[in-house]
Design a protein around this ligand. Structure first.
Ligand code: PMT
Length: 403
């Protein structure tokens, strides 16, 4: 039984949302509804209260001053049906000028939109760009069907039928639940887990360096969750501002330092997870501060040691090796190449062109590529929850390998 939050906006398809709520209730889920003022001109809130058995969060009648936060945090998944062009544009712009939009901004769960509108509106380049932009941020779309629309024209823009929407929403929910079901409190007890985190800093003179945007949040989330799940954690960390009280943190600066620290610990590790953003190239170092003499300055770079490749080449039979792939394009192709070339058991690929996940964000969304060929999408979740999923999958692989 999960908590499903249904958002209703002002379109004629709002009447179908009553059937959608009924589908969820029939499947024994808890449902709460948030309505915009316009939605109430199509269907009254009492219909949704009667069907959901819960108070509806409305513009004119919020149960509490901060109900939008309560509703957002209560939800395991949120579906907006129908989603008008207006709400799609406002979500994409981060606007929060009504209860529904404020709730959406506070969500910590997957968000699904079922757009419905006139064909010309749907095909409008701005609406299409908004839809694509939201999809690229990890928001699920149940795209409309073609058919006779309320405006008596035929074309794309008809909201999908409630049973189809319900099935898709429940599939997303099941995938999320299946992943978190695998997480058990003590599943790492007795195991040693080596994790790398954060950026490396590559100095090219005594006061200047090249680095990257990694905050260390992903790697520290892995280390802290692994610690909670009973593991003996060894964390090799680049310079980050995170303060953590887990024992066994080894601070390093450069890729070379990280490699050397790695060599000291990897032998004893049962599971190795490499979340650090290690520089691929380091500058040739000048012992004294480079002077500003010329208009142009050339810095020569040389390849660093690829720690993940080393770990893969020297992997012991009982070890599980998890690498990350930070990609901006061709994610699947590059992740699969890394999986094979680096002899990893899992590659966790994340899209680092997105601002809401990846580098320096609170959340992440990864696709896990396994050596046996199967693939799992986590959806966008907090880095802590992503960490739990990666750790659970690693623990399962480890126990299969060590039976
Ligand atoms: O630290 P955050 O702000 O929370 O951001 C998290 C993250 C985006 C840094 C993280 O999720 C992530 O993607 N980490 C890997 C970053 C990276 O360097 O990816 P890559 O595709 O360039 O490298 C592939 C793998 O090889 C990684 O596991 C990396 O740790 C490893 N590597 C890379 C270079 C090198 N010289 N040695 C390595 O071991």
């Amino acid at each position: 039984m999960s908590n499903i939050l249904v958002g209703v906006t002002g379109g004629i398809a709002a009447y179908k949302t009553a059937y959608l709520v009924r589908e969820f209730i029939r499947a024994r889920h808890n449902v709460k509804v948030v309505m915009t003022k316009k939605a109430e001109s199509f269907v009254g809130h009492t219909t949704f209260e009667a069907l959901s058995l819960n108070p509806v969060l409305r513009e004119d009648n919020t149960p509490k001053p901060i109900s939008h936060i309560d509703y957002a945090l209560w939800a395991d998944i949120c579906i907006i049906a129908p989603a008008t062009a207006n709400i799609i544009g406002k979500i994409n712009a981060g606007i929060a000028d009504n209860e529904l939009l404020s709730t959406i901004l506070a969500l910590k769960c997957p968000l699904v939109l079922a757009p419905a509108m006139n064909t010309n509106m749907y095909n409008n380049v701005i609406v299409q760009e908004n839809i694509k932009s939201l999809q690229s941020k990890g928001i699920y779309m149940i795209l409309p069907a073609s058919g006779l629309l309320a405006c008596q024209t035929e074309g794309e823009g008809k909201m999908q039928e409630p049973d189809i929407i319900a099935e898709k929403v429940l599939n997303i929910l099941n995938n999320k639940n299946n992943l978190s079901l695998k997480v058990e409190n003590d599943m790492l007890s007795g195991l040693t887990i080596l994790i790398t985190a954060g950026p490396t800093k590559e100095y090219f003179d005594p006061v200047r360096y090249i680095t990257n945007e990694s905050s260390g949040k992903m790697g520290y989330a892995l280390a802290e969750e692994a610690h909670k799940m009973g593991a003996n954690v060894i964390l090799i960390s680049g310079e980050v501002s995170i303060v953590s009280d887990i024992p066994n943190i080894h601070k390093v600066v450069s890729a070379e330092d990280m490699y050397n620290a790695f060599l000291s610990f990897y032998n004893d590790a049962d599971i190795i997870i490499m979340a650090a953003a290690v520089a691929d190239y380091a500058p040739v170092y000048e012992n004294i501060k480079i002077k500003k003499n010329d208009d142009e300055l050339t810095i020569n770079l040389k390849k660093t040691k690829d720690i993940l490749s080393y770990a893969g080449a020297n992997k012991k039979d009982n070890q599980i090796l998890v690498g990350f792939a930070a990609e901006t394009n061709n994610m699947e192709e590059y992740a699969k190449q890394k999986l094979e070339k680096k002899n990893a058991d899992i590659i966790a690929a994340n899209d680092v062109s997105r601002k809401d996940i990846g580098f320096n964000s609170m959340d992440n969304e990864v696709t896990l590529f396994f050596a046996d060929g199967h693939i799992t999408h986590t959806g966008r979740q907090s880095k802590q929850d992503i960490a739990k999923i990666i750790l659970a999958e690693s623990a399962i692989l480890h126990s299969e390998k060590n039976q």
